[in-house]
Design a protein. Structure first.
Length: 265
């Protein structure tokens, strides 16, 4: 794999990184004091942040499993984050061992753990691309080495787009990633929102921005625009715990401020 041919990039521990903060929220160990400090600031404004991270992870599992059960065999996961088992390929290959999964992230620490993401079933295949979400053409070109764009692909950008403010062309990024994908491909998204508690989320956004991470939370209507021209699967756009809830321990109707949706091209 190409990631193994390049020297491992240096990890910048002088400033917090959103992926390492997310890992801290999930109880992981791949984070540093600078990440703890920023994460604790977020937790001070929003004590449910760890619960939100777990709920988001659970949504990714449910959505990916549902698509695999529906016949999708190819997955492009952008903004993968630090590996936390079960990873997406483990979920879908449990349903269909021949599934192919391509992971994409720009955080050097994710690259250092890429082997955990490449432990595919013998029948399937996994790959890792070191790229920024704002490089859609690079991602598509590299993904073609593993995925066939003649067959449906599930494009997953879970808890990612709120790190792409409008000035970064978030809508254009989504379209450029979707356009090469064939009919019956799917888009899987979750996104933080200030619809529930604007004051809290303005404070949370400020923490990220002060620490060098651009963030833009979006309303339900703004989130829905990412699915323009696609057919939303049931139950449509809803709060993350309400999207096809299972026995994961979350009550339907619990308002964790993260929207989720899955749509078919």
């Amino acid at each position: 794999m190409s990631h193994a041919e390049r020297p491992l990039p240096r990890i910048d521990t002088s400033r917090p990184h959103s992926a390492r903060m997310y890992d801290w929220f999930l109880g992981g160990k791949d984070n540093y004091p600078v990440d703890w400090a920023a994460a604790e600031q977020v937790q001070g404004f929003f004590p449910q942040v760890a619960e939100l991270a777990r709920a988001n992870r659970s949504f990714m599992h449910r959505a990916s499993r549902a698509l695999a059960q529906g016949g999708v065999r190819q997955f492009l996961d952008i903004g993968t984050g630090i590996p936390t088992e079960p990873n997406l390929h483990q979920v879908v290959q449990e349903v269909a061992p021949d599934s192919r999964v391509v992971y994409v992230d720009n955080d050097p620490i994710v690259m250092r753990h890429a082997q955990a993401l490449l432990a595919s079933s013998p029948e399937g295949r996994t790959a890792y691309i070191q790229a920024d979400a704002r490089e859609p053409q690079k991602i598509i070109e590299a993904a073609r080495e593993t995925l066939s764009f003649d067959e449906p692909v599930a494009l997953s950008m879970v808890a990612l787009l709120h790190f792409l403010p409008d000035e970064f062309g978030a809508s254009d990024v989504v379209r450029q990633l979707l356009d090469p994908l064939p009919a019956r491909s799917h888009l899987v998204l979750s996104h933080a929102t200030a619809d529930v508690d604007p004051d809290t989320w303005h404070a949370v956004v400020d923490v990220y921005r002060r620490n060098g991470t651009p963030v833009q939370v979006r309303s339900r209507a703004e989130f829905a625009q990412f699915f323009s021209g696609l057919d939303l699967l049931e139950p449509g756009i809803d709060f993350v715990t309400n999207w096809r809830p299972d026995a994961s321990g979350y009550e339907k109707g619990e308002l964790l401020p993260l929207y989720a949706g899955v749509a078919r091209k």
